[in-house]
Design a protein around this ligand. Structure first.
Ligand code: SF4
Length: 386
């Protein structure tokens, strides 16, 4: 008597800590525990993953023996198992279909996010106001501005941007902030630095912007003002060319600048500089360490803009200065301004969902669109897709 060998069928499953990016032509699996990835452009593999990710399949599909033996599927599963990103289970060893909870994120409507998290949208978003940037100049009206600031709850970071020395009664504004424990950043050009100490001490810091060419006389004056106090200082160097970057290196060394960063500036004719220094390569993208929560966040909101409001000297309020105003603080409350952004704004929820990114497996691995995309007029600043 010959023994008939029964073909074994399997349950195919992906681990819940694996994020899957999928398009019609390619898949990417990203292991959020160690950053290891698998990519495949094989039709059979893409089909298998598409089935696995269907919500009704809950991350588990039946894999017939015949399908398991298919060359592309078999080598994909070997790699998947080697990298601890998924498994196949003999169906005979399981009483029914195993349960797997994949980290789905399929909210087509941003308000759905809030509903699912079961909280009152506006109340919570108001609590999430993380940064208020107040742009000042000689037209800033302190007596109208301070009552608005008093209406803001919590302890968001306040950025005071511009030549504060030009603001009439600016010391009243600084005294107001000095009574608050919130972090306060004075953002100004090195040409407009004012001394804060010894009068104001409470949680102030400087962010000094530097644009080339430098006026060395002004630079030396500002260095002296800053050296005479102990408040934290960060330099932000505007760079639009390699020459600018080299100048930054020299300045940093010569003046022993400890904290600084480069702020690439698009001038309209330096796209090559951006291609070489700002555009992402596949290696840059894959070297980003991501958690499952990071993937969710990138699908829900723009981390550059979310929770932030800008107020201009005339009272106009923006989530992002590149998008329409949300209201005016002299006529609208913070509640109305935030409500407008949540309901109809273009900034807090601007995510990477446009072509070509919406057909790219790195869609949610890439950072959200920044102001550079707007300035350059391209939805993607990468070397992956032209
Ligand atoms: S920027 Fe867009 S096209 Fe480029 S790699 Fe990222 S998601 Fe893909």
């Amino acid at each position: 008597m010959t023994l008939m060998k029964t073909a074994i069928d399997y349950w195919f499953t992906i681990e819940p800590y694996v994020f899957v990016g999928i398009t019609k032509k390619k898949i990417l699996l990203y292991n959020t525990l160690d950053g290891v990835t698998i990519e495949s452009d094989k039709d059979e593999v893409i089909k298998l993953l598409l089935e696995t990710l269907q919500e009704e399949n809950c991350g588990v599909v039946l894999l017939t023996n015949e399908r398991y033996k298919q060359k592309d599927i078999n080598s994909f599963i070997c790699e998947l198992r080697e990298k601890f990103m998924g498994d196949v289970i003999d169906i005979a060893l399981s009483k029914g279909k195993p349960v797997q909870l994949l980290p789905y994120f399929n909210f087509s409507d941003k308000h759905e996010i809030y509903k699912r998290h079961n909280f009152s949208l506006l109340k919570n978003v108001l609590e999430k106001l993380s940064e208020i940037s107040i742009h000042v100049d000689d037209t800033t009206n302190i007596t109208k501005l301070i009552p608005f600031l008093l209406s803001i709850q919590g302890s968001p970071t306040f950025n005071i941007i511009g030549n504060i020395g030009k603001v009439t009664y600016y010391s009243e504004l600084l005294s107001y902030f000095d009574q608050h424990s919130s972090p306060k950043n004075i953002l100004c050009s090195y040409k407009n630095v004012i001394a804060l100490q010894p009068t104001y001490e409470n949680n102030f810091s400087y962010r000094i912007s530097v644009h080339f060419p430098i006026d060395m006389q002004q630079w030396n004056i500002s260095r002296q003002v800053l050296l005479n106090q102990t408040l934290p200082v960060e330099y932000v160097f505007d760079v639009s060319s390699d020459e600018d970057s080299q100048q930054v290196e020299q300045l940093v060394e010569q003046y022993q600048i400890e904290k600084y960063r480069l702020n690439p500036i698009y001038t309209g004719d330096n796209i090559r500089f951006f291609e070489e220094n700002v555009f992402l390569t596949k290696e840059d993208i894959l070297s980003t360490s991501m958690t499952i929560k990071d993937f969710f966040t990138r699908q829900a909101m723009n981390i550059y803009d979310f929770g932030k409001i800008n107020i201009m000297p005339n009272g106009d309020a923006y989530a992002n200065l590149n998008h329409p105003a949300l209201g005016n603080i002299f006529t609208d409350g913070i509640y109305e301004i935030v409500h407008k952004e949540v309901e109809a704004g273009k900034s807090w929820f601007r995510i990477r969902n446009q072509a070509p990114c919406n057909d790219c497996v790195y869609q949610w691995l890439c950072p959200p669109p920044s102001n550079y995309e707007i300035a350059i007029g391209r939805p993607n600043l990468c070397h992956v897709s032209k």
